[in-house]
Design a protein around this ligand. Structure first.
Ligand code: DAT
Ligand code: MG
Length: 155
Protein backbone atom coordinates (compact mmCIF):
# COMPACT_ATOMS: atom_id res chain seq x y z
CA UNK A 1 0.00 0.00 0.00
CA UNK A 2 1.37 3.45 -0.86
CA UNK A 3 1.49 6.31 1.65
CA UNK A 4 -1.21 7.97 -0.45
CA UNK A 5 -3.65 5.22 0.57
CA UNK A 6 -3.33 5.81 4.32
CA UNK A 7 -6.83 5.72 5.80
CA UNK A 8 -8.58 7.24 8.78
CA UNK A 9 -11.95 6.73 10.42
CA UNK A 10 -14.00 9.92 10.75
CA UNK A 11 -17.46 9.94 12.36
CA UNK A 12 -19.91 12.81 12.62
CA UNK A 13 -21.40 12.42 16.11
CA UNK A 14 -25.14 12.70 16.92
CA UNK A 15 -24.86 16.45 17.67
CA UNK A 16 -23.10 17.10 14.36
CA UNK A 17 -25.89 15.26 12.53
CA UNK A 18 -28.71 16.99 14.45
CA UNK A 19 -27.14 20.42 14.00
CA UNK A 20 -26.98 20.02 10.23
CA UNK A 21 -23.18 19.92 10.01
CA UNK A 22 -22.82 16.73 7.95
CA UNK A 23 -22.31 18.58 4.67
CA UNK A 24 -19.89 21.11 6.16
CA UNK A 25 -17.67 18.43 7.70
CA UNK A 26 -17.63 16.31 4.53
CA UNK A 27 -16.92 19.45 2.47
CA UNK A 28 -13.78 20.22 4.47
CA UNK A 29 -12.29 16.78 3.82
CA UNK A 30 -13.32 16.91 0.15
CA UNK A 31 -11.92 20.38 -0.40
CA UNK A 32 -8.63 19.42 1.25
CA UNK A 33 -8.28 16.73 -1.41
CA UNK A 34 -8.82 13.60 0.65
CA UNK A 35 -10.73 10.75 -0.96
CA UNK A 36 -13.86 9.27 0.60
CA UNK A 37 -13.79 5.47 0.39
CA UNK A 38 -16.74 4.60 2.68
CA UNK A 39 -19.72 6.32 4.27
CA UNK A 40 -22.88 5.22 6.08
CA UNK A 41 -25.43 6.60 8.53
CA UNK A 42 -26.38 4.41 11.47
CA UNK A 43 -27.50 4.39 15.08
CA UNK A 44 -24.62 2.69 16.86
CA UNK A 45 -25.44 0.33 19.73
CA UNK A 46 -24.00 0.86 23.21
CA UNK A 47 -22.04 -2.41 22.84
CA UNK A 48 -20.47 -1.21 19.57
CA UNK A 49 -19.56 2.17 21.09
CA UNK A 50 -18.10 0.52 24.19
CA UNK A 51 -15.75 -1.37 21.85
CA UNK A 52 -14.95 1.78 19.87
CA UNK A 53 -14.06 3.68 23.05
CA UNK A 54 -12.67 0.69 25.01
CA UNK A 55 -9.42 2.57 25.84
CA UNK A 56 -11.50 5.10 27.79
CA UNK A 57 -13.64 2.69 29.81
CA UNK A 58 -12.04 3.68 33.14
CA UNK A 59 -12.66 7.41 32.60
CA UNK A 60 -15.37 9.08 34.72
CA UNK A 61 -17.03 10.47 31.57
CA UNK A 62 -17.28 7.04 29.88
CA UNK A 63 -21.00 6.37 30.70
CA UNK A 64 -22.07 9.83 29.51
CA UNK A 65 -19.90 9.49 26.40
CA UNK A 66 -21.61 6.21 25.47
CA UNK A 67 -25.06 7.69 26.18
CA UNK A 68 -24.32 10.74 23.99
CA UNK A 69 -22.85 8.70 21.13
CA UNK A 70 -25.85 6.33 21.14
CA UNK A 71 -28.42 9.15 21.37
CA UNK A 72 -28.98 9.46 17.61
CA UNK A 73 -27.60 8.66 14.20
CA UNK A 74 -23.94 9.11 13.36
CA UNK A 75 -22.30 9.35 9.94
CA UNK A 76 -19.34 6.98 9.76
CA UNK A 77 -16.73 7.48 7.05
CA UNK A 78 -13.34 6.35 5.85
CA UNK A 79 -11.10 8.93 4.19
CA UNK A 80 -7.88 8.21 2.33
CA UNK A 81 -4.78 10.22 1.46
CA UNK A 82 -1.18 11.05 2.31
CA UNK A 83 -0.95 11.76 6.04
CA UNK A 84 -4.74 11.66 6.44
CA UNK A 85 -4.65 10.42 10.07
CA UNK A 86 -2.49 13.28 11.36
CA UNK A 87 -3.91 15.95 9.05
CA UNK A 88 -7.45 14.78 9.86
CA UNK A 89 -6.77 15.37 13.56
CA UNK A 90 -5.41 18.85 12.79
CA UNK A 91 -8.56 19.60 10.77
CA UNK A 92 -10.74 18.43 13.72
CA UNK A 93 -8.94 20.55 16.32
CA UNK A 94 -8.31 19.65 19.96
CA UNK A 95 -10.51 17.28 21.97
CA UNK A 96 -11.82 20.27 23.95
CA UNK A 97 -13.37 22.81 21.57
CA UNK A 98 -12.20 25.57 23.94
CA UNK A 99 -8.60 24.68 23.02
CA UNK A 100 -9.35 24.36 19.29
CA UNK A 101 -8.23 27.12 16.98
CA UNK A 102 -10.65 28.91 14.68
CA UNK A 103 -10.42 27.27 11.27
CA UNK A 104 -10.66 23.79 12.77
CA UNK A 105 -13.99 21.95 12.81
CA UNK A 106 -14.27 21.89 16.60
CA UNK A 107 -12.89 25.43 16.81
CA UNK A 108 -15.55 26.72 14.44
CA UNK A 109 -18.67 24.74 15.32
CA UNK A 110 -18.81 23.64 18.96
CA UNK A 111 -18.21 24.69 22.55
CA UNK A 112 -18.35 21.75 24.99
CA UNK A 113 -15.94 18.75 25.20
CA UNK A 114 -18.97 16.51 25.73
CA UNK A 115 -20.55 17.77 22.46
CA UNK A 116 -17.57 18.01 20.13
CA UNK A 117 -19.44 16.89 16.97
CA UNK A 118 -16.81 14.75 15.27
CA UNK A 119 -14.46 11.82 15.83
CA UNK A 120 -11.15 11.14 14.10
CA UNK A 121 -8.65 8.30 14.60
CA UNK A 122 -5.54 9.33 16.56
CA UNK A 123 -2.99 6.97 14.93
CA UNK A 124 -2.68 4.67 11.94
CA UNK A 125 -3.01 1.66 14.27
CA UNK A 126 -6.25 2.93 15.83
CA UNK A 127 -7.54 3.92 12.38
CA UNK A 128 -7.10 0.34 11.17
CA UNK A 129 -8.81 -1.01 14.28
CA UNK A 130 -11.71 1.44 14.02
CA UNK A 131 -12.21 0.89 10.28
CA UNK A 132 -12.39 -2.87 10.89
CA UNK A 133 -14.92 -2.32 13.70
CA UNK A 134 -17.24 -0.01 11.73
CA UNK A 135 -16.97 -1.38 8.18
CA UNK A 136 -17.04 -4.96 6.89
CA UNK A 137 -16.08 -5.27 3.18
CA UNK A 138 -17.71 -1.89 2.53
CA UNK A 139 -14.70 0.11 1.39
CA UNK A 140 -14.98 1.23 -2.22
CA UNK A 141 -12.01 0.97 -4.56
CA UNK A 142 -11.91 3.52 -7.36
CA UNK A 143 -9.47 5.83 -9.09
CA UNK A 144 -9.86 9.51 -8.31
CA UNK A 145 -9.29 11.74 -11.33
CA UNK A 146 -8.05 14.43 -8.91
CA UNK A 147 -5.03 12.43 -7.74
CA UNK A 148 -2.92 13.60 -10.68
CA UNK A 149 -3.52 17.19 -9.50
CA UNK A 150 -3.15 16.52 -5.78
CA UNK A 151 0.13 14.62 -5.79
CA UNK A 152 3.35 15.47 -7.62
CA UNK A 153 3.95 11.75 -8.05
CA UNK A 154 0.59 9.92 -7.94
CA UNK A 155 0.75 6.31 -6.77
P1 DAT B 1 -10.65 12.67 20.81
O1 DAT B 1 -12.11 12.53 20.44
O2 DAT B 1 -10.14 14.05 20.53
O3 DAT B 1 -9.80 11.59 20.21
P2 DAT B 1 -10.46 11.20 23.32
O4 DAT B 1 -10.24 9.98 22.47
O5 DAT B 1 -9.49 11.48 24.40
O6 DAT B 1 -10.56 12.52 22.40
O7 DAT B 1 -11.92 11.13 23.98
C1 DAT B 1 -13.01 10.66 23.25
C2 DAT B 1 -14.19 11.56 23.50
O8 DAT B 1 -14.52 11.52 24.89
C3 DAT B 1 -13.95 13.04 23.20
O9 DAT B 1 -14.12 13.35 21.84
C4 DAT B 1 -14.97 13.69 24.07
C5 DAT B 1 -15.01 12.78 25.30
N1 DAT B 1 -14.12 13.33 26.34
C6 DAT B 1 -12.77 13.31 26.36
N2 DAT B 1 -12.28 13.91 27.45
C7 DAT B 1 -13.37 14.33 28.15
C8 DAT B 1 -13.56 15.02 29.37
N3 DAT B 1 -12.51 15.40 30.11
N4 DAT B 1 -14.82 15.27 29.78
C9 DAT B 1 -15.88 14.89 29.04
N5 DAT B 1 -15.79 14.23 27.87
C10 DAT B 1 -14.54 13.96 27.44
MG1 MG C 1 -9.78 9.57 20.54
Amino acid sequence: MSAQTERTFIAIKPDGVQRGLVGEIIKRFEMKGFKMVAMKMLCATKEHLEKHYEDLKKKPFFPSLIKYMSSGPVVAMVWEGLGVVKTGRVMLGETNPADSKPGTIRGDFCIDVGRNIVHGSDSVASANKEIALWFKDELVEYNSCASAWLYEAPA
